[in-house]
Design a protein around this ligand. Sequence first.
Ligand code: ARG
Length: 462
Amino acid sequence: DDVRLWGGRFADGPAEALAKLSASVHFDWRLAPYDIAGSRAHARVLHKAGLLTDDELQRMMDGLGLLEADVAAGTFTGTIADEDVHTALERGLLERLGPDLGGKLRAGRSRNDQVATLFRMYLRDHARIIGGLLTDLQEALVGLAEAHADVAMPGRTHLQHAQPVLFAHHVLAHVQALGRDAERLRQWDDRTAVSPYGSGALAGSSLGLDPEAVAADLGFERGSVGNSIDGTASRDFVAEFAFITAMIGIDLSRIAEEIIIWNTKEFSFVTLHDAFSTGSSIMPQKKNPDIAELARGKSGRLIGNLTGLLATLKALPLAYNRDLQEDKEPVFDSCDQLEVLLPAFTGMMATLTVNRARMEELAPAGFSLATDIAEWLVRQGVPFRVAHEVAGECVKECEARGIELDQLTDEQFAAISPHLTPEVRGVLDVPGALASRNGRGGTAPSAVAVQLGEVKADLAVQ
Ligand code: ARG
Protein backbone atom coordinates (compact mmCIF):
# COMPACT_ATOMS: atom_id res chain seq x y z
CA ASP A 1 0.00 0.00 0.00
CA ASP A 2 0.92 3.62 -0.37
CA VAL A 3 3.52 4.88 2.08
CA ARG A 4 4.15 8.18 0.31
CA LEU A 5 4.73 10.94 2.82
CA TRP A 6 2.53 13.42 1.00
CA GLY A 7 -0.43 11.27 -0.15
CA GLY A 8 -3.09 13.67 1.12
CA ARG A 9 -3.25 16.25 -1.63
CA PHE A 10 -2.35 13.93 -4.57
CA ALA A 11 -4.84 11.93 -6.57
CA ASP A 12 -2.15 9.87 -8.33
CA GLY A 13 1.14 8.27 -7.36
CA PRO A 14 4.34 9.45 -9.03
CA ALA A 15 5.08 8.54 -12.64
CA GLU A 16 7.66 5.82 -12.96
CA ALA A 17 10.08 8.20 -14.67
CA LEU A 18 9.80 10.59 -11.73
CA ALA A 19 10.26 7.81 -9.20
CA LYS A 20 13.45 6.73 -10.97
CA LEU A 21 14.81 10.25 -11.13
CA SER A 22 13.86 11.07 -7.60
CA ALA A 23 15.25 7.99 -5.89
CA SER A 24 18.31 8.35 -3.73
CA VAL A 25 17.82 5.25 -1.63
CA HIS A 26 20.49 3.36 -3.57
CA PHE A 27 23.13 5.79 -2.33
CA ASP A 28 21.72 7.28 0.87
CA TRP A 29 21.03 3.87 2.43
CA ARG A 30 24.35 4.18 4.20
CA LEU A 31 22.71 6.84 6.37
CA ALA A 32 20.26 4.28 7.78
CA PRO A 33 21.96 3.73 11.17
CA TYR A 34 22.14 7.49 11.65
CA ASP A 35 18.50 7.89 10.66
CA ILE A 36 17.49 5.40 13.32
CA ALA A 37 19.64 7.14 15.94
CA GLY A 38 17.91 10.40 14.95
CA SER A 39 14.52 8.73 15.30
CA ARG A 40 15.35 7.56 18.82
CA ALA A 41 16.39 11.05 19.85
CA HIS A 42 13.28 12.49 18.21
CA ALA A 43 11.02 10.00 20.02
CA ARG A 44 12.53 11.12 23.31
CA VAL A 45 11.79 14.81 22.72
CA LEU A 46 8.26 13.97 21.54
CA HIS A 47 7.82 12.13 24.84
CA LYS A 48 9.34 15.02 26.78
CA ALA A 49 6.88 17.38 25.06
CA GLY A 50 3.99 15.14 26.10
CA LEU A 51 3.30 13.90 22.57
CA LEU A 52 4.13 10.26 23.34
CA THR A 53 3.08 8.42 26.52
CA ASP A 54 5.60 6.40 28.50
CA ASP A 55 4.17 3.25 26.99
CA GLU A 56 4.25 4.66 23.46
CA LEU A 57 7.86 5.71 23.89
CA GLN A 58 8.76 2.23 25.07
CA ARG A 59 7.01 0.58 22.12
CA MET A 60 8.54 3.11 19.72
CA MET A 61 12.03 2.27 21.01
CA ASP A 62 11.31 -1.45 20.70
CA GLY A 63 10.10 -0.96 17.13
CA LEU A 64 13.19 1.07 16.26
CA GLY A 65 15.35 -1.66 17.78
CA LEU A 66 13.69 -4.31 15.62
CA LEU A 67 14.07 -2.14 12.56
CA GLU A 68 17.73 -1.48 13.33
CA ALA A 69 18.41 -5.20 13.68
CA ASP A 70 16.67 -5.93 10.37
CA VAL A 71 18.62 -3.18 8.62
CA ALA A 72 21.88 -4.50 10.06
CA ALA A 73 21.00 -8.06 9.02
CA GLY A 74 20.01 -6.91 5.54
CA THR A 75 16.51 -8.33 5.95
CA PHE A 76 15.00 -4.87 5.59
CA THR A 77 16.12 -2.69 2.69
CA GLY A 78 14.79 0.38 0.91
CA THR A 79 13.36 0.23 -2.58
CA ILE A 80 13.10 2.72 -5.44
CA ALA A 81 9.44 3.19 -4.47
CA ASP A 82 10.57 4.44 -1.04
CA GLU A 83 12.52 7.24 -2.74
CA ASP A 84 15.03 7.76 0.07
CA VAL A 85 16.38 6.20 3.24
CA HIS A 86 14.17 8.34 5.47
CA THR A 87 10.96 7.23 3.77
CA ALA A 88 12.08 3.62 3.63
CA LEU A 89 12.73 3.54 7.37
CA GLU A 90 9.39 5.28 7.98
CA ARG A 91 7.77 2.40 6.09
CA GLY A 92 9.78 -0.11 8.12
CA LEU A 93 8.57 1.45 11.35
CA LEU A 94 4.95 1.53 10.20
CA GLU A 95 5.21 -2.14 9.24
CA ARG A 96 6.53 -3.01 12.70
CA LEU A 97 4.36 -0.76 14.87
CA GLY A 98 1.20 -0.28 12.84
CA PRO A 99 0.03 3.07 11.45
CA ASP A 100 -1.26 4.57 14.70
CA LEU A 101 1.93 4.52 16.72
CA GLY A 102 4.32 4.31 13.75
CA GLY A 103 2.73 7.40 12.27
CA LYS A 104 3.44 9.53 15.34
CA LEU A 105 7.18 9.83 14.84
CA ARG A 106 6.91 12.12 11.84
CA ALA A 107 5.50 14.96 13.92
CA GLY A 108 7.77 17.98 14.15
CA ARG A 109 10.50 16.81 11.81
CA SER A 110 11.11 16.90 8.09
CA ARG A 111 13.42 15.01 5.84
CA ASN A 112 15.10 18.38 5.37
CA ASP A 113 16.33 18.64 8.95
CA GLN A 114 16.82 14.88 9.15
CA VAL A 115 19.12 14.64 6.17
CA ALA A 116 21.13 17.72 7.17
CA THR A 117 21.72 16.15 10.60
CA LEU A 118 22.43 12.60 9.50
CA PHE A 119 24.81 13.74 6.80
CA ARG A 120 26.82 15.64 9.41
CA MET A 121 26.90 12.57 11.65
CA TYR A 122 28.07 10.33 8.81
CA LEU A 123 30.80 12.71 7.67
CA ARG A 124 32.00 13.32 11.22
CA ASP A 125 32.48 9.57 11.69
CA HIS A 126 34.37 9.34 8.43
CA ALA A 127 36.49 12.38 9.22
CA ARG A 128 37.70 10.38 12.21
CA ILE A 129 38.27 7.23 10.15
CA ILE A 130 40.24 9.16 7.55
CA GLY A 131 42.10 11.03 10.31
CA GLY A 132 43.14 7.68 11.79
CA LEU A 133 44.35 6.44 8.39
CA LEU A 134 46.31 9.68 7.95
CA THR A 135 47.96 9.10 11.32
CA ASP A 136 49.00 5.63 10.15
CA LEU A 137 50.60 7.13 7.06
CA GLN A 138 52.34 9.86 9.04
CA GLU A 139 53.71 7.22 11.41
CA ALA A 140 55.00 5.15 8.48
CA LEU A 141 56.73 8.23 7.07
CA VAL A 142 58.21 9.10 10.46
CA GLY A 143 59.50 5.53 10.64
CA LEU A 144 61.05 5.90 7.19
CA ALA A 145 62.72 9.16 8.24
CA GLU A 146 64.02 7.69 11.50
CA ALA A 147 65.37 4.57 9.82
CA HIS A 148 67.41 6.75 7.45
CA ALA A 149 68.24 9.60 9.77
CA ASP A 150 71.69 10.28 8.28
CA VAL A 151 71.06 9.71 4.57
CA ALA A 152 71.73 12.72 2.33
CA MET A 153 70.01 13.29 -0.99
CA PRO A 154 69.89 16.00 -3.64
CA GLY A 155 67.30 18.58 -2.67
CA ARG A 156 65.60 19.97 -5.75
CA THR A 157 63.83 23.06 -6.95
CA HIS A 158 62.38 23.05 -10.47
CA LEU A 159 63.30 19.33 -10.30
CA GLN A 160 66.93 20.45 -10.72
CA HIS A 161 69.65 19.79 -8.14
CA ALA A 162 69.51 22.69 -5.70
CA GLN A 163 71.13 21.91 -2.33
CA PRO A 164 71.77 18.67 -0.49
CA VAL A 165 69.21 17.84 2.17
CA LEU A 166 68.66 14.99 4.58
CA PHE A 167 66.30 12.37 3.18
CA ALA A 168 64.56 12.50 6.58
CA HIS A 169 64.02 16.25 6.17
CA HIS A 170 62.40 15.69 2.79
CA VAL A 171 60.14 12.93 4.10
CA LEU A 172 59.16 15.04 7.12
CA ALA A 173 58.11 17.86 4.78
CA HIS A 174 55.34 15.54 3.60
CA VAL A 175 54.51 14.61 7.19
CA GLN A 176 54.06 18.32 7.97
CA ALA A 177 51.58 18.72 5.10
CA LEU A 178 49.64 15.62 6.16
CA GLY A 179 49.64 16.93 9.73
CA ARG A 180 47.87 20.08 8.56
CA ASP A 181 45.31 17.93 6.74
CA ALA A 182 44.70 15.97 9.92
CA GLU A 183 44.34 19.25 11.82
CA ARG A 184 41.88 20.50 9.18
CA LEU A 185 39.78 17.39 9.73
CA ARG A 186 39.75 17.96 13.50
CA GLN A 187 38.83 21.63 13.15
CA TRP A 188 36.14 20.78 10.60
CA ASP A 189 34.76 18.15 12.97
CA ASP A 190 34.53 20.72 15.75
CA ARG A 191 32.83 23.26 13.45
CA THR A 192 30.36 20.60 12.28
CA ALA A 193 29.35 19.53 15.79
CA VAL A 194 26.07 21.51 15.55
CA SER A 195 22.75 19.73 14.99
CA PRO A 196 20.06 20.93 12.53
CA TYR A 197 17.47 18.50 13.97
CA GLY A 198 14.41 20.47 15.04
CA SER A 199 14.66 22.91 12.15
CA GLY A 200 11.77 21.07 10.49
CA ALA A 201 11.31 21.81 6.81
CA LEU A 202 12.87 25.26 7.28
CA ALA A 203 11.07 27.26 9.98
CA GLY A 204 11.40 25.20 13.17
CA SER A 205 8.65 23.38 15.03
CA SER A 206 5.50 24.51 16.83
CA LEU A 207 5.37 21.38 18.97
CA GLY A 208 7.59 22.51 21.83
CA LEU A 209 10.35 20.03 20.96
CA ASP A 210 13.83 20.55 22.35
CA PRO A 211 16.50 20.72 19.62
CA GLU A 212 19.27 21.03 22.21
CA ALA A 213 18.24 17.72 23.79
CA VAL A 214 18.33 16.03 20.38
CA ALA A 215 21.74 17.56 19.69
CA ALA A 216 23.14 16.25 22.97
CA ASP A 217 21.58 12.86 22.35
CA LEU A 218 23.21 12.61 18.90
CA GLY A 219 26.66 13.68 20.09
CA PHE A 220 26.69 17.23 18.71
CA GLU A 221 28.97 18.84 21.28
CA ARG A 222 28.15 22.38 20.17
CA GLY A 223 24.38 22.07 20.50
CA SER A 224 21.73 22.82 17.90
CA VAL A 225 21.74 25.36 15.07
CA GLY A 226 20.86 28.99 15.77
CA ASN A 227 18.85 29.35 12.55
CA SER A 228 16.51 26.71 11.14
CA ILE A 229 16.78 28.06 7.56
CA ASP A 230 20.56 27.85 7.71
CA GLY A 231 20.31 24.47 9.42
CA THR A 232 18.37 22.92 6.56
CA ALA A 233 19.87 24.80 3.60
CA SER A 234 23.58 25.15 4.33
CA ARG A 235 26.05 22.66 2.91
CA ASP A 236 29.31 24.49 3.41
CA PHE A 237 30.19 21.70 5.86
CA VAL A 238 30.01 19.31 2.90
CA ALA A 239 32.04 21.57 0.62
CA GLU A 240 34.69 22.02 3.28
CA PHE A 241 34.86 18.29 3.85
CA ALA A 242 35.22 17.79 0.09
CA PHE A 243 38.03 20.34 0.06
CA ILE A 244 39.89 18.65 2.89
CA THR A 245 39.61 15.24 1.24
CA ALA A 246 40.72 16.75 -2.09
CA MET A 247 43.68 18.36 -0.33
CA ILE A 248 44.61 15.01 1.19
CA GLY A 249 44.42 13.54 -2.32
CA ILE A 250 46.69 16.27 -3.62
CA ASP A 251 49.19 15.84 -0.81
CA LEU A 252 49.24 12.09 -1.51
CA SER A 253 49.67 12.71 -5.22
CA ARG A 254 52.72 14.88 -4.57
CA ILE A 255 54.35 12.05 -2.64
CA ALA A 256 53.17 9.65 -5.33
CA GLU A 257 54.79 11.61 -8.13
CA GLU A 258 58.11 11.50 -6.31
CA ILE A 259 57.82 7.77 -5.67
CA ILE A 260 57.14 7.20 -9.36
CA ILE A 261 60.21 9.24 -10.32
CA TRP A 262 62.44 7.79 -7.59
CA ASN A 263 61.45 4.29 -8.66
CA THR A 264 62.73 4.76 -12.23
CA LYS A 265 65.96 3.17 -13.45
CA GLU A 266 67.39 6.64 -13.96
CA PHE A 267 66.85 7.77 -10.36
CA SER A 268 67.01 4.38 -8.60
CA PHE A 269 66.44 6.06 -5.24
CA VAL A 270 63.89 3.55 -3.99
CA THR A 271 62.73 0.00 -4.63
CA LEU A 272 59.12 -0.88 -3.94
CA HIS A 273 58.20 -4.03 -2.10
CA ASP A 274 56.79 -6.77 -4.33
CA ALA A 275 53.58 -6.86 -2.28
CA PHE A 276 52.96 -3.20 -3.04
CA SER A 277 53.81 -3.12 -6.75
CA THR A 278 52.34 -4.75 -9.82
CA GLY A 279 53.62 -6.60 -12.85
CA SER A 280 52.87 -6.42 -16.55
CA SER A 281 50.89 -8.99 -18.49
CA ILE A 282 53.31 -8.83 -21.42
CA MET A 283 56.65 -7.50 -20.15
CA PRO A 284 58.04 -10.01 -17.65
CA GLN A 285 60.61 -7.63 -16.20
CA LYS A 286 58.12 -4.92 -15.20
CA LYS A 287 57.45 -3.87 -11.61
CA ASN A 288 55.15 -0.92 -11.60
CA PRO A 289 54.31 1.68 -8.94
CA ASP A 290 50.55 1.34 -9.42
CA ILE A 291 49.61 2.44 -5.91
CA ALA A 292 51.36 5.75 -6.45
CA GLU A 293 49.75 6.13 -9.88
CA LEU A 294 46.30 5.39 -8.50
CA ALA A 295 46.89 7.96 -5.78
CA ARG A 296 47.82 10.48 -8.45
CA GLY A 297 44.78 9.53 -10.53
CA LYS A 298 42.35 9.54 -7.64
CA SER A 299 43.43 13.03 -6.61
CA GLY A 300 41.80 14.22 -9.86
CA ARG A 301 38.61 12.46 -8.91
CA LEU A 302 38.63 14.01 -5.43
CA ILE A 303 39.06 17.46 -6.97
CA GLY A 304 36.13 16.67 -9.27
CA ASN A 305 33.96 15.78 -6.29
CA LEU A 306 34.71 19.16 -4.74
CA THR A 307 34.13 21.22 -7.88
CA GLY A 308 30.95 19.34 -8.76
CA LEU A 309 29.57 20.00 -5.32
CA LEU A 310 30.46 23.69 -5.40
CA ALA A 311 28.72 24.00 -8.76
CA THR A 312 25.60 22.40 -7.27
CA LEU A 313 25.56 24.85 -4.35
CA LYS A 314 26.23 27.98 -6.36
CA ALA A 315 23.27 30.40 -6.38
CA LEU A 316 20.82 28.04 -4.64
CA PRO A 317 18.16 30.20 -3.01
CA LEU A 318 17.20 29.54 0.61
CA ALA A 319 16.00 27.27 2.01
CA TYR A 320 16.00 23.57 0.98
CA ASN A 321 15.96 22.76 -2.75
CA ARG A 322 15.97 19.29 -4.19
CA ASP A 323 19.26 20.10 -5.90
CA LEU A 324 20.72 19.36 -2.49
CA GLN A 325 20.10 15.66 -2.97
CA GLU A 326 23.13 15.84 -5.31
CA ASP A 327 25.34 16.70 -2.33
CA LYS A 328 25.90 13.19 -1.02
CA GLU A 329 27.37 11.01 -3.77
CA PRO A 330 30.47 13.13 -4.34
CA VAL A 331 31.59 13.12 -0.71
CA PHE A 332 30.55 9.53 -0.10
CA ASP A 333 32.84 8.75 -3.01
CA SER A 334 35.64 10.87 -1.53
CA CYS A 335 35.37 8.89 1.72
CA ASP A 336 35.30 5.55 -0.10
CA GLN A 337 38.30 6.43 -2.27
CA LEU A 338 40.50 7.63 0.58
CA GLU A 339 39.52 4.72 2.78
CA VAL A 340 40.83 2.23 0.21
CA LEU A 341 43.73 4.35 -0.97
CA LEU A 342 45.33 5.33 2.34
CA PRO A 343 46.00 1.81 3.69
CA ALA A 344 47.62 0.75 0.39
CA PHE A 345 49.62 3.95 0.22
CA THR A 346 50.82 3.52 3.80
CA GLY A 347 51.84 -0.05 3.04
CA MET A 348 53.82 1.10 0.03
CA MET A 349 55.67 3.76 2.03
CA ALA A 350 56.28 1.51 5.03
CA THR A 351 57.90 -1.23 2.94
CA LEU A 352 59.96 0.55 0.30
CA THR A 353 63.74 0.22 0.31
CA VAL A 354 65.91 3.31 0.17
CA ASN A 355 69.03 3.20 -2.00
CA ARG A 356 71.32 5.19 0.25
CA ALA A 357 74.41 4.83 -1.97
CA ARG A 358 72.61 6.25 -4.99
CA MET A 359 71.14 9.19 -3.08
CA GLU A 360 74.47 10.04 -1.50
CA GLU A 361 76.32 9.73 -4.80
CA LEU A 362 74.00 12.31 -6.32
CA ALA A 363 73.72 14.60 -3.28
CA PRO A 364 76.76 16.76 -4.18
CA ALA A 365 76.33 16.40 -7.95
CA GLY A 366 75.04 19.14 -10.20
CA PHE A 367 77.07 21.78 -8.31
CA SER A 368 74.64 21.62 -5.42
CA LEU A 369 77.29 23.05 -3.08
CA ALA A 370 77.68 26.31 -5.03
CA THR A 371 75.56 28.13 -2.46
CA ASP A 372 77.92 26.89 0.23
CA ILE A 373 80.83 28.55 -1.55
CA ALA A 374 78.89 31.80 -1.74
CA GLU A 375 77.87 31.64 1.93
CA TRP A 376 81.44 30.75 2.99
CA LEU A 377 82.65 33.88 1.15
CA VAL A 378 80.02 35.95 2.97
CA ARG A 379 81.35 34.64 6.27
CA GLN A 380 84.80 35.88 5.11
CA GLY A 381 83.32 39.37 4.74
CA VAL A 382 82.70 39.31 0.97
CA PRO A 383 79.42 41.03 -0.06
CA PHE A 384 76.85 38.45 -1.21
CA ARG A 385 76.53 40.03 -4.66
CA VAL A 386 80.25 39.38 -5.27
CA ALA A 387 80.14 36.01 -3.54
CA HIS A 388 77.28 34.84 -5.78
CA GLU A 389 79.25 35.95 -8.83
CA VAL A 390 82.43 34.17 -7.71
CA ALA A 391 80.59 30.92 -6.92
CA GLY A 392 78.95 31.15 -10.34
CA GLU A 393 82.42 31.45 -11.92
CA CYS A 394 83.41 28.25 -10.13
CA VAL A 395 80.42 26.45 -11.66
CA LYS A 396 81.27 27.81 -15.12
CA GLU A 397 84.87 26.63 -14.76
CA CYS A 398 83.71 23.16 -13.67
CA GLU A 399 81.25 22.87 -16.53
CA ALA A 400 84.00 23.78 -19.00
CA ARG A 401 86.30 21.14 -17.50
CA GLY A 402 83.62 18.52 -16.95
CA ILE A 403 84.36 18.24 -13.23
CA GLU A 404 82.56 18.84 -9.92
CA LEU A 405 83.28 21.73 -7.55
CA ASP A 406 85.48 19.76 -5.13
CA GLN A 407 87.71 18.75 -8.02
CA LEU A 408 88.90 22.33 -8.66
CA THR A 409 92.53 22.75 -7.61
CA ASP A 410 93.75 25.42 -5.17
CA GLU A 411 95.30 27.26 -8.15
CA GLN A 412 92.07 27.16 -10.13
CA PHE A 413 90.15 28.52 -7.12
CA ALA A 414 92.70 31.29 -6.64
CA ALA A 415 92.56 32.16 -10.31
CA ILE A 416 88.80 32.65 -10.07
CA SER A 417 89.07 34.95 -7.04
CA PRO A 418 91.74 35.79 -4.47
CA HIS A 419 89.04 35.32 -1.80
CA LEU A 420 88.92 31.61 -2.64
CA THR A 421 91.68 30.35 -0.33
CA PRO A 422 92.13 26.57 0.08
CA GLU A 423 89.97 26.74 3.26
CA VAL A 424 86.92 26.92 0.98
CA ARG A 425 87.26 23.14 0.60
CA GLY A 426 85.92 22.82 4.14
CA VAL A 427 82.37 23.52 2.90
CA LEU A 428 82.62 21.38 -0.21
CA ASP A 429 81.37 18.25 1.38
CA VAL A 430 77.80 17.19 1.96
CA PRO A 431 77.92 16.49 5.71
CA GLY A 432 79.45 19.94 6.29
CA ALA A 433 76.83 21.62 4.10
CA LEU A 434 74.03 19.83 5.94
CA ALA A 435 75.41 20.49 9.41
CA SER A 436 75.79 24.21 8.69
CA ARG A 437 72.01 24.66 8.14
CA ASN A 438 71.27 24.25 11.80
CA GLY A 439 68.73 27.00 12.38
CA ARG A 440 65.15 26.10 13.28
CA GLY A 441 63.50 24.21 10.40
CA GLY A 442 66.82 23.66 8.60
CA THR A 443 68.20 20.42 7.21
CA ALA A 444 71.09 19.95 9.69
CA PRO A 445 70.85 16.61 11.52
CA SER A 446 70.49 18.53 14.81
CA ALA A 447 67.58 20.62 13.47
CA VAL A 448 65.91 17.60 11.86
CA ALA A 449 66.13 15.78 15.20
CA VAL A 450 64.25 18.68 16.82
CA GLN A 451 61.64 18.57 14.05
CA LEU A 452 61.25 14.82 14.42
CA GLY A 453 60.63 15.25 18.14
CA GLU A 454 57.95 17.87 17.49
CA VAL A 455 56.25 15.80 14.81
CA LYS A 456 56.16 12.74 17.07
CA ALA A 457 54.77 14.79 19.95
CA ASP A 458 52.01 16.10 17.63
CA LEU A 459 51.24 12.58 16.42
CA ALA A 460 50.94 11.34 19.99
CA VAL A 461 48.06 13.76 20.68
CA GLN A 462 46.46 13.68 17.17
N1 ARG B 1 16.47 12.79 -0.09
C1 ARG B 1 16.52 14.21 0.08
C2 ARG B 1 17.95 14.71 0.11
O1 ARG B 1 18.82 13.93 0.12
C3 ARG B 1 15.86 14.63 1.35
C4 ARG B 1 14.42 14.71 1.11
C5 ARG B 1 13.94 16.07 1.11
N2 ARG B 1 12.96 16.12 0.09
C6 ARG B 1 12.03 17.05 0.00
N3 ARG B 1 11.22 16.96 -0.97
N4 ARG B 1 11.97 18.05 0.82
O2 ARG B 1 18.19 15.89 0.11
